[in-house]
Design a protein around this ligand. Structure first.
Ligand code: NAI
Ligand code: MG
Length: 375
């Protein structure tokens, strides 16, 4: 009997539970047909946890998240919780998970399915078949560096307005090396190519970034192809010829911007998965949180309109990066691709060429049916 993979499912709010129900169908299929065993627990996060416990993430849920091989989260938030005190807002549940699990590597794939290539704002020839992964450092850099703040700039008569705003880009070599290692590890399971982006031409932190990424490469991953690019050129290359990349690794600030830009290469928010990884646990697996990029979509919640694919593809990432089931991940991605190629469309994917309109639950059923039908 194989050891089960432990998985904590946190559906959250709004469309979170609706899309997660479809992931559960997929998990059941893999258990029944591919000899995998999942030890799945379900719990509350966000507004749902606040309603029950008065906090967006209960301590026992946090403790369970630290133990499991992977956490799969739907989405949190909604208008019902907009007036809550900042300390108990639904988002705080998600932030607590990311912080206490110390998830320093944020993975945002940009994958363009052939059938949806016309949803991209770029030409079909540029994006069809695109499959890249942006790895953003998530726990350091200018969003966290000290000193920071808005101060009076009293002794400077030439400063109209008299104030100064300060943030500090700060990276230690250790912070750079650990995210570089993640990049090389990920590349080994994909196209074996890493492009590191910084601004070493104008920033000392960028020089250190470049040197440390190169050091990790030369000493630990010489077999992976490494290139360096200035982040501004990287932004241009991403829209000019995105298929030249495999894994892009970059800092928190550049990664925030580049990953949002890359996301739009592929079209719909309902299609975008993500993962956040931390240090390796005793069993060799990284701490991991998988979640769709989208939010709780209160405008369509409860209507069966949500596209479950972003959440299903997040589970595919869990198969690949937490459970070492790369073939199963590819199998699931191919099933999604086939369903899309057959013209099956939730409302967000319905383009001018039309298609077969389906509900959230029917989309899940179609994907499971495509898995069962095989290639
Ligand atoms: P959103 O991502 O929830 O929705 C933006 C638009 O995209 C809406 O029109 C929505 O209907 C559509 N959309 C999103 N996901 C979809 C899907 N799977 N299928 C079809 N259409 C989809 O972002 P918004 O409206 O800014 O935020 C709504 C709530 O979600 C807020 O409370 C916000 O704080 C929260 N939020 C939570 C996130 C998370 O849990 N990680 C991330 C972003 C927002
Ligand atoms: Mg952003």
């Amino acid at each position: 009997m194989t050891t089960p993979y432990s998985l904590l499912i946190l559906p959250g709010d709004g469309i979170g539970p609706e899309v997660m129900a479809e992931v559960v169908k997929v998990i059941d299929w893999f258990q029944a047909n591919r000899g995998m065993r999942f030890d799945v627990s379900h719990d509350l996060v966000g507004g749902a946890a606040y309603d029950k416990h008065g906090t967006p993430l209960a301590d026992k849920t946090m403790a369970r998240a630290q133990e499991v091989d992977a956490v799969l989260l739907g989405a949190v938030g909604g208008p019902k919780y907009d007036d809550l005190d900042f300390s108990v807002k639904p988002e705080r549940g998600l932030l607590r998970l990311r912080k206490e699990m110390d998830l320093f590597a944020n993975l945002r794939p940009a994958q363009c399915f052939e059938a949806l290539a016309d949803f991209s704002s770029l030409k079909r020839e540029v994006v069809a078949g695109l499959d890249i992964l942006i790895l953003r450092e998530l726990t350091s850099g200018v969003y966290f560096g000290e000193p920071r703040g808005i101060h009076d700039d009293n002794n400077n008569p030439e400063n109209e307005g008299g104030r100064v705003g300060i943030n500090t880009q700060r990276y230690t070599s250790g912070e750079i090396r650990r995210v570089a290692r993640s990049a090389f590890e990920l590349a080994k399971r994909r196209g074996n190519k890493v492009c590191s982006m910084e601004k070493a031409n104008v920033m000392e932190s960028g020089i250190l970034w470049r040197e440390e990424v190169q050091w990790v490469h030369d000493n630990e991953y010489p077999e992976v192809e490494l290139s360096h690019m200035y982040a501004d050129n990287g932004a241009m290359q991403l829209v000019r010829n995105p298929r030249q990349f495999d894994v892009i690794v970059t800092d928190n600030l550049f990664g925030d911007i580049l990953s949002d830009a890359a996301a739009m290469l592929t079209g719909s928010l309902g299609m975008l998965p993500s993962a956040s990884l931390g240090a390796k646990m005793a069993n060799g697996r990284p701490k991991a949180l998988y979640e769709p990029v989208h939010g709780s979509a209160p405008d369509i919640a409860g209507q069966g309109k949500a596209n479950p694919i972003a959440c299903i593809l997040s589970f595919a990432m869990a198969l690949r990066y937490s459970f070492d089931q790369g073939d199963a991940a590819t199998e699931l991605e191919r099933a999604v691709e086939r369903v899309l190629a057959d013209g099956v469309r939730t409302p967000d994917l319905m383009g001018p060429e039309g298609g077969t309109p389906v509900s959230t639950s029917q989309m899940g059923d179609r994907i499971v049916a495509a898995l069962a039908a095989g290639i």
